[in-house]
Design a protein around this ligand. Structure first.
Ligand SMILES: CC(=O)N[C@@H](CCC[C@H](N)C(=O)O)C(=O)O
Length: 373
């Protein structure tokens, strides 16, 4: 099972967005070991575009995988655990890459009528590689007529996929808030403006936005994933920083949520006599599955493979693949990998059986689609 071994090799070397140097080099070594007669390989930053020339091309089918890891300390105790102590492939991009390499290998050996474009995209977890890759000269030259991608889904069993037509994933925006007050001695709070207290109050107030300002029939999430502040236990903190993410199903709610965040932060500024600043970091466009291609894919997989096709709900996950789907018709699907621990968990352990399963049913679909007029 070479693609399982490939997944394990990649699992050992998770790298953060736009730092995927070892990953890129591993992928290139593998791609260069394949027969080169129909293969064109171009690097873009730490990503790679791979084109397989069709026999008599009428169109180009695109397939995208992400390649970055997350800043999580792995706790799986697997024999192929991450060798980068602070990073982990905790979102399954190692599985995504090995499936993509399996597909490239298959179609290098079994070319079809149409061209195929495989995109190995950096920085999906942030700050976002899809949008700049889409705008690159290589993409302009090799732009596919349709595109699709998958994401591992720990909650579904191997042998199943889940997807839906239309909106699948939310609009996202990162959120960074800095607070600066007056530090001082822990025993003299009246002479200071304590930014730990301000930050705690702010986190609590932010939660009221989803509860009180967003239409209950719409959906939004504000998650603060990290708080830093202060220096030592007996000094009142001069600075604090909140790092989080906003998710909304509609673009209008994103605007509204941001307005409310700004108002609440202003209130903190006045109430705690401090300076504040807000930075929204990177934003991802929603993932919207084009209806006709999605339905055709779901029907093809149900009728021609053993895969169980589940019609799922939309999720508040973000994916910068949404930018590609904004420009190019296509879809994204969840691939069942059956892990007790979920995405972004230090014990995520996707079943490797999903790798060959995915290579098999996706290559069948690409063969069908790549011979269709
Ligand atoms: C599939 C997945 O888990 N994607 C990430 C994307 C994060 C984008 C950005 N860094 C943010 O946090 O807004 C997710 O957390 O959904």
């Amino acid at each position: 099972m070479p693609f399982v071994q490939i997944r394990r090799d990649l699992h050992k070397i998770p790298e953060l967005g736009f730092q995927e140097y070892k990953t890129q080099s591993y992928l290139l070594n593998y791609l260069q070991s394949l027969p080169q007669d129909r293969l064109q390989i171009k690097t873009w930053k730490t990503g790679i575009f791979v084109k397989i020339d069709g026999l008599n091309p009428q169109k180009t089918i695109g397939y995208r995988t992400d390649i970055d890891g997350l800043p999580i300390v792995e706790e799986t105790n697997l024999p192929f655990q991450s060798e980068h102590p602070d990073n982990m492939h905790a979102c399954g991009h190692d599985v995504h890459m090995s499936i993509a390499l399996g597909l490239v290998t298959h179609f290098v050996q079994n070319p079809i009528r149409d061209n195929l474009l495989f995109i190995f995209q950096p920085a999906e977890e942030g700050p976002g590689g899809a949008e700049p890759m889409l705008k690159s000269e290589i993409m302009k030259e090799w732009k596919p007529d349709m595109i699709f991608a998958l994401h591992v889904a720990p909650e579904y069993p191997v042998g199943s996929i889940a997807m839906k037509e239309g909106l699948l994933f939310a609009n996202t925006s990162e959120l960074f808030i800095d607070l600066k007050g007056k530090g001082g001695h822990a025993a003299y709070p009246h002479q200071t403006n304590d930014m730990v207290v301000a930050a705690c109050s702010l986190v609590t107030q932010l939660q009221s936005i989803v509860a009180r300002n967003v239409n209950p029939l719409d959906s939004a999430v504000i998650t603060i994933g990290k708080i830093t502040g202060g220096t030592v236990q007996n000094i009142i903190a001069e600075k604090a920083r909140l790092e989080g993410t906003i998710r909304t199903l509609s673009a209008e709610s994103m605007v509204k949520v941001k307005k409310r965040i700004e108002a609440i932060v202003k209130g903190i500024e006045v109430g705690y006599e401090c300076e504040t600043s807000i930075d929204y970091g990177s934003m991802y466009y929603q993932v919207y599955n084009e209806e006709t291609l999605t339905r055709e894919f779901m029907d093809f997989v149900s009728e021609n493979t053993e895969i169980n096709v589940i019609e799922c709900e939309k999720a508040m996950t973000g994916e910068d693949f949404g930018y590609m789907l904004k420009e190019i018709p296509g879809f994204m699907l969840w691939l069942g990998v059956d892990s007790e621990f979920g995405l972004h968990h230090s014990k995520l352990n996707p079943s490797e059986d999903a790798i060959d399963t995915a290579i098999s049913f996706i290559s069948r679909y690409i063969k069908f689609k790549g011979n269709q007029s």
